[in-house]
Structures are given as structure tokens and as C-alpha cells.
Write a protein that binds this ligand. Structure first.
Ligand SMILES: Cc1ncc(C[n+]2csc(CCOP(=O)(O)OP(=O)(O)O)c2C)c(N)n1
Ligand code: SF4
Length: 475
């Protein structure tokens, strides 16, 4: 049976890149991983690469769950082993684009050795590292990137270890593309992933991201939005920055940008070159000679370029259409107003009806409402504008509509008139609330209150009115 949520999922612009049947996902509100996945999916679309030739590999952790939500071939591997598995996939089928998406604990902690060696070899992989400074999935332990002095479940008095700067580590190890963003920089993240998908060699993209549940809360840093604000305030954009200067202190400055982009033979290119040297041009890898492989690669690149161009054209056309729609003057919409029947009632009739209704008014007026009004009234209570008094008195003899109109100038009494409700207009009129009454409400309330009360100013209400100033003095 099709439900609304199913329709929503099917109609989502991400339904071809994300596994909507797996939604909702496991990530906490405010966690940065979700927006990273969105950026990734967008980058895949824009890149023009064939989604059937894309594989996503994750390790273990909250970020490790990414592999389960993407609508591509994917593998959720063991802790720290995403890179060796991805390396195996790439070597087994070099035509695939292989992406590793995992947490910094998984990649740089338990899997640290694999990470540096894949970078050293210039293995043809795209590594997206969600760095939230904590082992989110297992309860907020300290990781290799947790800033000094930050609290973690294993460093309850503050972290005293020296953290890695991952861009520096990757640079030293030999990565040929290194970028760092925060999860606030979603467009830059998309752009970097897109670039990385289209290039050869080891690409490392670090995304600093909030873990509200285990890192922010323990460090009293607010929620995910507060942390995005921190990223906004403390990010320093520096393309080509010296990676030795990319350390992150606790809530300190974060240098972001594309730090490294260089070309050198990938592991596969280097190994093929070596094989040809030994065996000659007839050397075949999985049944294809190097020239055959190169010709196929070129053909695939052309297809990718064509898909990219089509995608760009479609995006631009959509943007143009949207801009055009915004620029066009909005057509006035016909407004259908509900029919209102105006009934003119004589003052006598109104007074009669009101008297019948306001029997309990005396008691009510003695209670809280008058008190509230009196409390708020300033000491200058005696300075009630005459207009109010007049309006109230006149209103008793005139149709309600007229009384309300006349009462309009009596703004100061407005705030009081409301709580006094139907019975004690006079009393309130004596206690202006110039300072208390919110301006915008004044006229409206006066009109309403006097309209209601006016016909009901009877002998009974006058008694209440007399009592009111007393309470005013009390306050
Ligand atoms: C061999 C092994 N050791 C430890 C664990 C427990 N474990 C699971 S996830 C995880 C940490 C993941 O942290 P990170 O990679 O930073 O990902 P996050 O949850 O923060 O996204 C650990 C230690 C495990 N699953 N396997
Ligand atoms: S525990 Fe942290 S990293 Fe894991 S989903 Fe929640 S906010 Fe994200």
C-alpha cells in the first residue's frame, strides 16, 4: 500500500542516489554525516560518472553506515579495513571508481596504517573522512584527531595527547589531492568530491563535522547548529595552505580549502609500467593489453564528459527557468471574501441582551482581572483621559458600533480594558496603562472591549468601578 511517506521518498531528488527504502537513517539530529552524504550524492550526479561503475566502501562507526544508504554498489567492511577492501576492489577491476567513506577513528585510528600506505602508493581511491573528533558509535572515546584539552569519555579531564592534522599526515604520506572543509561548506564539499571523482590517484577529503550527541554535549558546545556557526566564524579559507599549518586547536581556527593537487603515476599505472618493462607490450591485465585499456578509458572519459555537459546544461536551464519565474510579476489572484451580513441593532436591544448575559459579571469583575489591571497601572492612575469615560458613558445609550468608534482615542486604557472584560470599564478607564500597554494592541483592544462592555455599563458595573481605584493604589 502506498503511503505519503513512500510517495515522498519516491519523489525525492535523491531517490536515484540514496536508498530511500532505508530511510529514516540512524544519524542523530544535527549530526554532520547526513549533509555530507547529500553532498556526495550531488557530486556523483554532477560528475557524470556512470553510477554502475561506482563502489562505496565504509568501515565501522556512525560514518561507516554510509555504505548502507547509498544507491550504488557498496560494502560495509570491518573496523579500519575499508581502505584495504577498497584497494582490492580497485585492483580487481580498475574500471571502477572506488570511494571510501568513513570516520577518522576508523581511517586514522585502527585503520591508520592502511591509510598512510594507500596515500604513499597513490592508490586510485577517493577517501572521504568524516572527522568529528570522537568515536561516535561507541560512546565518545578520544580519537587520533581529538583536539588537546577536549573532553572525551576516555579523557574526562581533557585530552592530553597530541592530535594528528590529517591533511599534514596525508601530505607527508604522499596523497596527491588533499582538501579540508567543514560540514557547513556543503557546496565546497560537493565540488571537492566531484573533482576527486574525476581525477586519478589518492584523493583525501576531510570534513570536520559535529557530533552533537557525544562530542558537543560532553564539551558543552551546544547543538549542531551552534557548531555550524562556530565553523562559519572560525574557518579560514586558504587554498594551497602549507599543511604543516593546518592543526586544529579546541574550538580554534580551522584552515579549510584545497591544499594539495598534483599528479604522479598511480599504483596501477606504476605497476603496469613495470610489467610492460618486464613482459613487453603484450602484457595483459585481466585480458586487456595496456593500449586496449587506455583506449577504453578514453572512450569512457568522453562519455563522462558528455554526461557532465548534459547535466550542466539541465542545471543551468532549471536555474534560468527559476530566475525567469521570480522576475515575472505575480498575477493578482482573485480574492473571494466571505459574505457578511450587517445587522443594525438598537441600543435598547443591546442593553437588554447584555443585562441578561452579565448577571455573573459582578463577581468576575471583583476577581483577578481587575487585579491584573490594577497591578500594571502606574501611579498616575488618576490621569485617565476623559475620552474614555465619555465613551463608556455614551456607549451605554448608543448602539455598540458607535460606542466603539468613540472610544478609540482612549488608547491608554486598552491594556486594562481587556482583563476587566465585560464589567469594569469605568474602573479601568481611571487607571491608564500608558507605560504598560503594548502599543500595537491598544487601539484594537479598546475598540473590542468598549464595544462589548459599552452597552453593559449598568448600575451593577458602577459598583465595581468604584472598587477598582482602591486596588490600583494597593499595587
Ligand atoms: C576491531 C574492532 N575494534 C573496535 C570496534 C568498536 N568500534 C566500532 S565503531 C568504533 C569507532 C568509530 O569511530 P569513527 O570512525 O570516528 O566513527 P564515528 O562513529 O565517529 O562516525 C569502534 C571503536 C569494532 N567494531 N571493531
Ligand atoms: S553519535 Fe555522533 S556521529 Fe553518531 S550519529 Fe549521533 S551525532 Fe552522528
Amino acid at each position: 500500500m502506498s503511503t505519503d511517506i513512500e510517495k515522498f521518498k519516491a519523489g525525492s531528488p535523491m531517490s536515484d542516489t540514496l536508498r530511500m527504502d532505508r530511510m529514516p537513517h540512524i544519524w542523530c539530529p544535527g549530526c554532520g554525516i547526513g549533509s555530507e552524504v547529500n553532498s556526495f550524492a550531488e557530486a556523483v550526479k554532477r560528475s557524470g560518472i556512470d553510477p554502475k561503475k561506482l563502489v562505496v566502501v565504509s568501515g565501522i562507526g556512525c560514518t561507516g553506515r554510509v555504505a548502507g544508504y547509498v544507491n550504488f554498489d557498496s560494502m560495509h567492511t570491518t573496523h579500519g579495513r575499508a581502505i584495504p577492501v577498497a584497494t582490492g576492489i580497485k585492483l580487481a577491476n580498475p574500471e571502477l571508481t572506488v570511494v571510501v567513506f568513513s570516520g577518522e577513528g576508523d581511517l586514522a585510528g585502527i585503520g591508520g596504517n592502511h591509510l598512510i600506505h594507500a596515500a604513499r602508493r597513490n592508490m586510485d581511491l577517493v577517501v572521504i573522512c568524516n572527522n568529528n573528533f570522537t568515536y561516535g558509535m561507541t560512546g565518545g572515546q578520544v580519537t587520533p584527531t581529538t583536539p588537546g584539552s577536549a573532553m572525551a569519555s576516555t579523557t574526562p579531564y581533557g585530552n592530553y595527547e597530541y592530535p594528528f592534522s590529517l591533511p599534514f599526515l596525508m601530505d607527508a604520506a604522499g596523497a596527491t589531492y588533499i582538501a579540508r572543509w567543514t560540514s557547513m561548506h556543503s557546496r565546497n564539499v560537493t565540488q571537492s568530491i566531484e573533482e576527486a571523482l574525476l581525477r586519478k590517484g589518492f584523493s583525501f577529503i576531510e570534513i570536520i563535522s559535529p557530533c552533537p550527541t557525544l562530542y558537543l554535549r560532553r564539551n558543552r558546545l551546544g547543538d549542531g547548529v551552534d557548531q555550524l556557526q562556530n565553523y562559519q566564524d572560525n574557518s579560514i579559507l586558504k587554498h594551497g595552505a602549507d599543511t604543516r599549518e593546518t592543526n586544529i586547536d579546541f574550538q580554534g581556527k580551522i584552515v579549510v580549502g584545497k591544499f594539495v593537487e598534483k599528479n604522479k603515476p598511480t599504483y596501477l599505472e606504476a605497476s603496469l609500467k613495470c610489467a610492460i618493462k618486464l613482459v613487453g607490450d603484450d602484457y595483459q591485465l585481466y585480458g586487456k593489453t595496456v593500449p586496449e585499456r587506455e583506449a577504453e578509458e578514453k572512450a569512457e572519459q568522453e562519455k563522462v564528459a558528455a554526461r557532465r555537459a548534459a547535466m550542466q546544461a539541465a542545471t543551468e536551464a532549471a536555474a534560468d527557468a527559476e530566475a525567469h519565474q521570480e522576475a515575472a510579476p505575480a498575477k493578482p489572484q482573485p480574492v473571494s471574501l466571505p459574505k457578511v451580513t450587517v445587522k443594525v441593532v438598537s441600543a435598547k436591544a443591546v442593553v437588554k441582551a447584555a443585562a441578561a448575559k452579565t448577571a455573573p459579571a459582578k463577581a468576575a469583575a471583583k476577581k483577578a482581572p481587575v487585579k491584573v489591571a490594577a497591578k500594571k497601572a502606574p501611579a498616575k492612575a488618576a490621569a485617565a483621559p476623559k475620552a474614555v469615560k465619555k465613551a463608556a458613558v455614551k456607549a451605554s445609550a448608543k448602539p455598540a458600533k458607535k460606542a466603539a468608534t468613540k472610544a478609540k482615542p482612549a488608547k491608554p486604557a486598552a491594556a486594562q480594558a481587556k482583563p476587566v472584560k465585560k464589567s469594569a470599564t469605568k474602573a479601568v478607564a481611571k487607571a491608564p496603562a500608558k507605560k504598560v500597554a503594548p502599543k500595537a494592541v491598544k487601539a484594537k483592544v479598546v475598540a473590542k472591549a468598549v464595544k462589548k462592555v459599552a452597552p453593559k455599563v449598568t448600575a451593577k458595573t458602577k459598583v465595581v468601578a468604584k472598587a477598582a481605584p482602591k486596588k490600583t493604589r494597593k499595587s
